[in-house]
Design a protein around this ligand. Structure first.
Ligand SMILES: Cc1ncc(COP(=O)(O)O)c(C=O)c1O
Length: 385
């Protein structure tokens, strides 16, 4: 008998260690300020932690219903009604997930048949492409306009074929911080009208839109909402990214298919966290105040960046700020980020990491979801540039 682990034929042969892991490891090794990975370095609201603790202590620790704790689904429905004016039925149209990442994979597994095409707008969040590949789908990459990151409807229209099953959109947008306008959402709605294309609308940064603008959720547009899976994440909204709880809102027939896969994927999601979130969501203030909270950090960070030779891109939403590095360095984005981490002590992420072909436009992304002192330390270091 030989002791032997059989060789595997990878289902994701092109996936290796991501730049996020590489940069975080380098940041730790070099003692750099980590503005690379997108998560806060401060705590969430203690009232939320108390609400979860209370749920756990009161014995709410067994499997909840497959679709999520009813009170949390109702709280999500109420929020969508209040801010986007769209009524989702809490029983049949909202499902609690283990974060947005699980939600997106589950949606894709539920709707994409082998050979179906799915349009992604690059640069895009790194899980989309492997998710489509796992479902046997064909990834159709359409670039957002370089420089502005606005959707190019000519290019999107040209990418649509009879095999197009879905389009994945993300506003507010990671990594660029760009926010879709009402006109753009209407254009998408119009473009899809004669088709059966579904929309996966990744809205995890829905409560981070600045300068008095509103988030144009797909839920605001009835014909889009009727064909959309809307994904959000409590982790982003409540500064608890490690809790990995989110939700999917979609019309009942779409939710029914989603739930078939969800049931055999995770089945259910952490019970006490759901109860805690439900209680906490009774007060809308935390998410209503989030734009002002992050806008102040954005402004602090942008003010400091003015003292560097980076050229700032607009920061309309999310907790990311992109900068053009051309005036500072001749290095490509990835090498620049490694250099910046090692030599200057600030970690950033190259935008090329969000493109399949590694497209390099000399732009890197910083995350400003950090304590003011962390941002100030990073800015002092960047001021040398
Ligand atoms: C655009 C986008 N979608 C989805 C996610 C994943 O969210 P979650 O942590 O809830 O899985 C992230 C997290 O960085 C993101 O930036």
């Amino acid at each position: 008998m030989t002791i032997r682990t059989p060789a595997l034929k990878s289902r994701l042969p092109n996936v290796g260690t991501t730049i996020f892991t590489v940069m975080s490891a380098l940041a730790t090794e070099k003692g750099a300020v980590n503005l690379g990975q997108g998560f806060p370095d401060f705590e969430g609201d203690p009232r939320l932690v108390d609400a979860v603790t209370q749920a756990m202590k009161s014995g709410l620790n067994q499997y909840p219903p497959m679709t999520g704790v009813p009170a949390l689904r109702e709280a999500v429905a109420k929020k969508n009604q209040a801010i986007y004016g769209h009524t989702y039925d809490a029983n049949t149209e909202i499902t609690i997930t283990a974060g947005a990442t699980q939600a997106i994979l589950t949606i894709i597994l539920a709707i994409v048949h082998p050979g179906d095409e799915v349009i992604v707008l690059e640069p895009c969040y790194d899980s989309y492409v492997p998710n489509i590949e796992l479902a046997g789908g064909v990834v159709v990459r359409v670039p957002l306009t370089p420089g502005t990151f606005r959707p190019d409807f000519g290019k999107i229209a040209a990418a649509i074929t009879p095999k197009t099953r879905a389009i994945l959109i993300n506003s507010p947008h990671n990594p660029s911080g760009m926010v879709w306008t009402k006109e753009e959402m209407l254009q998408l709605q119009e473009l899809l009208d004669p088709t059966d294309i579904l929309v996966i609308s990744d809205e995890v940064y829905e409560h981070m839109v600045f300068d008095g603008k509103q988030h144009e959720s797909a839920a605001r547009f009835p014909a889009l909402a009727a064909r959309s899976f809307i994904v959000s994440s409590f982790g982003k909204t409540y500064h608890v990214t490690g809790w990995k709880v989110g939700y999917v809102a979609a019309p009942a027939p779409l939710s029914a298919e989603f739930r078939k896969v969800h049931q055999f994927n995770v089945f259910t999601v952490n019970t006490p966290v759901q109860h805690g979130l439900a209680a906490y969501m009774a007060d809308p203030k935390p998410y209503l105040e989030l734009p002002a909270f992050y806008q102040r950090k954005r402004d602090l960070f942008r003010e400091g960046l003015k003292k560097t030779r980076f050229k700032m891109l607009p920061g309309q939403g999310t907790y990311f700020q992109c900068v053009d590095i051309s005036a500072v360095s001749d290095l490509n984005e990835a090498d620049f980020c490694k250099w910046l981490t090692s030599e200057i002590g600030v970690a950033a992420i190259p935008l090329s990491a969000f493109y399949g072909n590694g497209f390099d436009q000399k732009v890197v992304r910083f995350c400003f979801a950090k304590k003011d002192e962390t941002l100030n330390t990073a800015l002092e270091r960047l001021a040398q540039l």
